[in-house]
Design a protein around this ligand. Sequence first.
Ligand code: ZN
Length: 125
Amino acid sequence: MTDSYRHLRERLEAERKRLAEELAKIQTTASTSDERREGSPFGKREEEATETMELEKRLALENRIRQEMSGVEKALEKFEKGTYGLCENCGQPIALERLEALPQATLCVKCKALAKDGRITTPPR
Ligand SMILES: [Zn+2]
């Protein structure tokens, strides 16, 4: 573990906090609209459709945030294990400039290209 990764860990921790806040915000919004729905059971069909769409959008956003969060958490775990910055496929160090761009990257540029082609099964990041 070198010092060059320290600021990346800080960025990941800040990112995790931001994602948690975003998730909490979405969930707060959701419970507010649920209450509103209970208050007016005779809503128009159009309104219901809009609400369904809003719900789907919210769930999609929530899933995306959860996914990002698990990527960030996985990266932070690697700091604990001392494997941060190593490619999960070939075990070679990931270029620092790539980590700067995407601190939760799990693959080096070479393996990411392979993953994109479907030649390895590790999900691309
Ligand atoms: Zn690799």
